[in-house]
Design a protein. Structure first.
Length: 209
């Protein structure tokens, strides 16, 4: 029998199915067998398209990054702080849509060549906006660390009071006062943190001009 011209298995379908399984069952529940069962194919046939399980997970990482639209170029007249804020919020939203996959997205994982070209694009935006070269990578690292830690440490997006529920017997008056005055939601808290971070970098960039 002649070999079909169109592959019976699409790589994109495998990756999308893998992410759906991770969303539903967690990383521990992800397996080649489950992907094959959901696609209605033989598990061994997946190895004609992917070297191994890690190659599929690599595809999952790229899919999440693409969902975040990090590669979207700045709009005309958009300042580098606004571009950075937009990209950071988009990446955070993508991570929070897939909380079970957040450990896959650790900043120390290098998705060559995609993550290098992506960082190059962000660096180009910062440099074109007047950010000195010596501050460019620290800025990128700082916002990446903030968004990853925010999503990893609080995937359920609990507000400050829900994360730190105080009992009447807790003798922490300063913390109690801070909690009362704190933003009520996780998103509002992150917005304050991001504004402070980007504002601090903007101040340093102005001083170095």
């Amino acid at each position: 029998m002649a070999r079909p011209r169109v592959p019976l298995i699409e790589r994109s379908a495998v990756v999308a199915t893998a992410l759906a399984i991770i969303d539903r069952d967690g990383l521990d529940g992800f397996s080649i067998r489950k992907i094959a069962a959901e696609l209605g194919v033989n598990g061994a046939s997946l190895y004609h398209h992917f070297r191994d399980k890690d190659a599929i997970l690599h595809g999952v990482r790229l899919l999440i990054v693409r969902e975040s639209e990090l590669a979207q170029p700045p709009s005309p007249g958009e300042s580098w702080p606004d571009s950075l804020r937009r990209m950071t919020l988009g990446y955070r939203e993508a991570l929070l849509r897939h909380p079970n996959a957040i450990p896959l997205m650790a900043p120390n994982i290098l998705l060559r060549p995609f993550s290098l070209s992506l960082r190059d694009s962000i660096a180009d935006t910062l440099l074109a906006g007047g950010v000195p070269a010596d501050l460019t990578l620290p800025i990128i690292d700082s916002v990446e660390s903030l968004v990853y830690a925010s999503a990893l440490l609080n995937p359920e997006q609990l507000g400050p009071r829900a994360r730190l529920p105080l009992l009447p017997t807790d003798e922490v008056p300063s913390l109690a006062r801070a909690l009362v005055a704190a933003p009520t939601s996780a998103q509002a808290t992150f917005d304050v943190q991001l504004d402070a971070l980007i504002g601090g970098w903007a101040a340093l960039v102005s001083l170095s001009a």
